[in-house]
Design a protein. Structure first.
Ligand SMILES: [Zn+2]
Length: 316
């Protein structure tokens, strides 16, 4: 799809959103369909014999084993005091705007406290992170090394100061050379062994990866993947190479977007912010579908308590 067609696609308008998801009943029906597209399946015994509504408590009781469950139990929506309409509005705001929305802006739009908005946002970002966790990039890829929180490309590699967080970015292109999929991962450092392990997990073995001359990228070949290093000397000249045009352009957009929305994203939460950018980038061809697709993923993502959200993330 051409860039202009991506920018001018319809998306989901506010009236359309309200017509579809404006009431608690509509949200509950949508969530039920996302969670159980073939009809209710008991989370305890796995039977699809149906359920009896325990109306007084808002629960569903399995006809087979009598286990009681709720619509949100076992999903990212679990243990939340917020009405589903607020969750759906948050999903709308996270997916339909051009730029990422900060927790502060979300707080104002939803009329909730800042910790509530932060928790809501990071739970939905966790959904995005887990949804793409196991996907491999394939085809012709451009790859680059980046530091968040300091001077980025072109600095002495592998020697970032403690307040800089290293991450790698890889962009897969289609036959016309247009970018179709993105992965960004925080790494411990730009080391060959780490890049080899990363590439083995996230890059399909039939791919061709183009990087600059940074030594750690030789780890990609160690992982059994074809690797081409474009060595052009130092400085800005390397940035202009057409073989690596997209990864540089996209990283520029990532940095601008991150600085605009998050200012000082902490190292521990960076993987979720990167996952958010990646999720939106990879699905930008169908903006209107992004909300229900996020809803399906959310219904299949296990609960994530606030205390775990606040902890440092694992890498990758
Ligand atoms: Zn059951």
């Amino acid at each position: 799809m051409a860039k202009s067609r991506i920018q001018f696609q319809k998306g989901l308008s506010v009236p359309e959103f309200l017509a579809r998801y404006g009431t608690g009943k509509q949200c509950a029906d949508a969530l039920f369909g996302w969670r159980w597209p073939q009809g209710f399946v008991c989370p305890a015994c796995g039977h699809a014999d149906g359920y009896i509504e325990v109306k007084t408590r808002g629960l569903m009781q399995c006809k087979h084993c009598r286990h009681q469950t709720s619509l949100t139990a076992g999903t990212i929506f679990a243990s939340s005091k917020l009405p589903l309409t607020t969750w759906f509005l948050a999903m709308y705001l996270l997916t339909q705007q051009k730029n990422a929305i900060s927790a502060l802006a979300l707080k104002r739009h939803l009329g909730v406290s800042y910790p509530t908005a932060w928790s809501l946002k990071h739970k939905l970002l966790q959904v995005m992170l887990e949804r793409d966790a196991d996907r491999q990039l394939t085809g012709v890829l451009e790859i680059d090394d980046v530091y968040w929180g300091g001077e980025c490309h072109g600095q002495t590699p592998g020697r970032g100061s403690p307040n800089k967080t290293p991450f790698v970015a890889a962009v897969a292109k289609n036959h016309e050379g247009h970018p179709i999929a993105l992965r960004m991962s925080v790494v411990e450092g730009f080391r060959k062994t780490e890049l080899a392990a990363w590439a083995a997990k996230f890059i399909h073995p039939d791919s061709i990866v183009v990087s600059d001359g940074l030594a750690c990228f030789r780890g990609i070949a160690d992982a059994g993947i074809e690797h081409q290093a474009m060595v052009t000397g130092s400085g800005a000249a390397g940035v202009e190479l057409p073989e690596r045009k997209w990864v540089n352009t996209i990283l520029g957009n990532v940095k601008t977007a991150m600085q605009g929305t998050y200012h000082k994203a902490s190292r521990s939460h960076l993987p979720r912010y990167l996952a958010e950018f990646r999720y939106r980038f990879n699905r930008r061809f169908d903006l209107a579908a992004m909300l229900p697709r996020l809803g399906v993923a959310a219904a299949r993502t296990p609960p994530m308590p606030y205390r775990l959200l606040k902890l440092a993330e694992a890498h990758w």
